[in-house]
Write a protein that binds this ligand. Structure first.
Ligand code: SAH
Ligand code: SF4
Ligand code: F3S
Length: 478
């Protein structure tokens, strides 16, 4: 799962004016919402739920913050610097508000959940605070602010999955969409704040997931990414919900869900994130191998290559277990790309333990990696049990070593793809030129090629002719 995107994403509702007309009698009619999101894909997906809840109140979205009646920032707490970035942004909003006193500023997401009332009381940065399970309450919270109060709802839920809410798609492309399949996390990795900000793990009704994927396909989308902090523990118990009587079919696991989504159409690509090494089973791998439209790409965060560090991290697997899972992927799915997350300088990490991460990287040769310096988070097990004792320079130096090695590996992986022909789902113009289109192969590599008269959202065959460390360059195969 990609955490912490560098650029904030400004979101716009493509339905635009139409909503203004049809909701003219609603409380938010003619009001404009500006929504900015940080953090992981789940946060971006939640922003689409928020836009949907507020669209039913009559709000339309705008990209011009100056024009907004309501400014919401959906935030991330995963590392200290993620929170710092949001604080800087909130300070900017505060200045803006001094010229626009009517503007309501609200904070959503993980930082809202972690800091709760502090943001209102001590820091006076915002008017409204809503945690990840409280978005249905936003209309009430906004109304409370309207009466001159500051409003807070940070209750976490054991049930909320927003299953019945049809998200307003805020991306521009119309080709690829996120679909949240579960919320929360029960894992308690010792470094991680997510269980505190997102609450207990719960899965979403597969019927609503399948319906959402079908609706996306009907609207022209050709790729869905199924999201959860630990998708391998997806489980829907049909019996307890009174849906299905046959005990054979009493529960649905992640592999079964993947197959059910894949059956919707061979033209719909399926991706998912994030897998957990301790829970990823062979039946998930076999489902990927069986269906061509389930992409050959797995994000499998390792965090560290040393068993003792993994044990302090409370990850629930050893180095050997992880490497066995990698072997299983390579055995069951021919040409599957693998990416990972790595933390450098976790509590007590010795030079030898760091070198074990380097050696694991050399053994696996990941296609891609997200790499981070350990950042101590309040309330986590690590904060309570261990000392954050690796000096900052050492963390940085180790991180640098890891980044350099990964850059080499990514380039190596890309070079090995030169000469191959891949099916690409066309996403739109490349960043550099309107004359070129880009899209991904099943393995998730970005491929750029001359557009000719190819349609966005279609599948094309592209032969790879060269590469950089981040992108493959190719030509259409007629
Ligand atoms: N659920 C996913 C990860 C979610 S957070 C999983 O279990 O893999 C995304 C990544 O952020 C993690 O994989 C980890 O590498 C990193 N991360 C989480 N907490 C961190 C911390 N306190 N300091 C540095 N990196 C952290
Ligand atoms: Fe955090 Fe671990 Fe849960 Fe991932 S699995 S969200 S790292 S506690
Ligand atoms: Fe950040 Fe919360 Fe996601 S802490 S990584 S936005 S679950």
């Amino acid at each position: 799962m990609e955490s912490e995107r560098n650029a904030s994403e400004i979101l716009e509702n493509r339905q635009g004016e139409a909503l203004d007309l049809s909701y003219s009698s609603l409380p938010g009619a003619h009001k404009k919402l500006y929504l900015e999101s940080y953090g992981c894909q789940m946060n971006f997906s939640d922003s689409e739920v928020v836009a949907s809840i507020l669209a039913s109140e009559g709000y339309t979205t705008t990209r011009e913050i100056e024009q907004a009646d309501l400014v919401l920032i959906n935030t991330c707490s995963i590392r200290e610097n993620a929170e710092q970035r949001v604080r800087n942004r909130l300070t900017e909003f505060k200045h803006l508000k001094s010229n626009h006193p009517e503007m309501v500023v609200g904070i959503l997401g993980c930082m809202a959940e972690r800091l709760k009332k502090n943001l209102l009381e001590e820091e006076k940065l915002v008017d409204l605070v809503a945690g990840p399970d409280a978005y249905r309450d936003l209309p009430n919270l906004i109304a409370e602010v309207g009466t001159g109060q500051r409003a807070v709802n940070v209750l976490l839920s054991r049930e909320e999955t927003y299953a019945d809410i049809s998200p307003v798609r805020l991306d521009k492309g119309g080709v690829s969409a996120f679909v949240t399949i579960m919320r929360g996390c029960d894992n308690m990795c010792s470094f991680c704040v997510v269980p505190f900000t997102r609450g207990r793990e719960r899965s979403r009704d597969p019927k609503s997931i399948l319906q959402e994927c079908q609706d996306l396909f009907n609207a022209g989308y050709r790729e869905v990414t199924l999201l959860g902090q630990n998708v391998d523990s997806y489980r829907w118990n049909m019996l307890s919900k009174g849906d299905i009587i046959n005990p054979e079919e009493s529960a649905m696991n992640f592999a079964e869900l993947l197959c059910a989504v894949a059956e919707l159409s061979p033209e719909l690509r399926i991706r998912f994130s994030t897998s957990h090494p301790k829970d990823m089973t062979n039946d998930v791998l076999e489902a990927i191998a069986r269906y061509k439209n389930i992409c050959n790409y797995i994000h499998l965060p390792v965090q560290s290559g040393h068993t003792d560090v993994l044990s302090r991290m409370n990850r629930g697997y050893s180095r050997e277990w992880y490497l066995e899972r990698i072997e299983a992927i390579q055995r069951i799915i021919p040409d599957c790309a693998i990416s990972t997350d790595i933390i450098s300088g976790f509590c007590g990490e010795t030079e030898e333990e760091h070198q074990a991460t380097v050696s694991l990287m050399n053994e696996v040769v990941f296609d891609y990696a997200y790499m981070f310096k350990y950042s101590e988070r309040p309330k986590t097990l690590a904060e309570r049990k261990f000392e954050d004792d690796v000096p900052d320079e050492t963390k940085s130096r180790r991180l640098q070593e890891i980044i350099e090695l990964q850059t080499k590996h990514s380039a190596e992986r890309n070079r090995a793809r030169v000469g191959e022909v891949y099916e690409i789902l066309v996403e739109g113009p490349s960043r550099r030129s309107e004359e070129q289109y880009c899209g991904r192969n099943s393995q998730n590599s970005m491929v750029v090629f001359d557009r000719k008269n190819v349609q966005v959202g279609s599948y094309v065959m592209v032969r790879i002719t060269s590469c950089t460390s981040a992108t493959l360059i190719g030509e259409l195969v007629e």
